[in-house]
Write a protein that binds this ligand. Sequence first.
Ligand SMILES: [Zn+2]
Length: 414
Amino acid sequence: MSAHDVIADLRALAARTSDAHGAQRVAWGPVWRDARRWFDERLSCDGLRAEVDAAGNRWVTLPGARPETVVIGGHLDSVPNGGWLDGALGVLAGLEALRRYKDGTPPVTLALVDFADEEGARFSRSLLGSSGASGSLVPATVRDLVDRDGTRLADALAENGVDVDRMLDARPALDARRPRAYLELHIEQGPVLESMRRSTGAVIGTYGVERHVLRFVGQAAHSGSTPIAMRRDAFLAAAEAALACRDIARRLSTPAAGVVCTVGTVAVEPSIVTAVPGVCEISLDQRAIDPATLQQALADAREAAARAAAANGVSVAWRHVWRIDPFHFDAGLVGLCADAVHEVTGHAPRLPSGPLHDAVEMGRVMPAVMMFARSTNGLSHCQEEDTPEAALEATIEAFLRLVDKTLLAVAATP
Ligand SMILES: [Zn+2]
């Protein structure tokens, strides 16, 4: 059975590229290159071969009766100490789809792409290869990023045969394929499907993100001699703002569309046990699938932070870090995806994705959709990452059906 072959491939890849702490396929490094070599060996068993584009992505193409192309994507790179399914599930399920069609001719061309550096684990720039292929990358903004050892991104890519200033050449190469649909199978990396007791879901889109740093400034003072009423404690203002942001996310969440916010970093000054914090900086990462809701969450957070600052006699300043709009996948493909999931599992849950994926970059070029496999305990980016075997099999079967349906749908369009 074909899902078994995919799972066997995944286990073989994990065995070859993991250590006691998990998968170590960090993009542009030796283990990642070895994973790609392993993939070449798998391909050659089936008489297939990969070709690399200008952004370092590798493509395997099965020409169809018509030249329009259905693209299946994934990524072999992982975070350090990563899981066995994140990214690799998409690539190896895609390989199984190619195997099923390789002895005949698919109605339209079928291509599998292994994107380079989806994770951004080394240079903190996610979706690097797919943004080269979509044309959204601005090479000047990434060229001089450095890793922990001080190696420049441009040099690490050059070591792997990729010229950062030519990465955008991947876009015309993609256009020449006449891409008509993009499909990606991925582990959910969250607890939603598990809480619904479902193995598989159709993904409606990805959350938009508003990311800021808030700097509260009060007055550092002695912890023994300063009465509570006379303090201007920057940390307490930040803490009140953080709690208020949690309330905002709760209030704006609906059962169908959650809103989340995270204060992931806190830094106080002077950071002494006997000093009232005079300065406190927190990060605030807010996410929602509905653009108006995301803007409302941001506006409410600004108001709440101002109130918390005033209540504590401190000032607050906002620094913008990063933002991205919510992205909605193609309604027609979401419908096909839900149909495929329903046929195999008897249910068709639809859910948004909190994390970003290469599918968002490909969605700029062609209609796109993703399918999610349930995550055990909602865990990912760690060696505990898993999907129960029966759920994994059902999801792979559903994804292969989605490939069949999409090839037929694209072939049926004039
Ligand atoms: Zn991934």
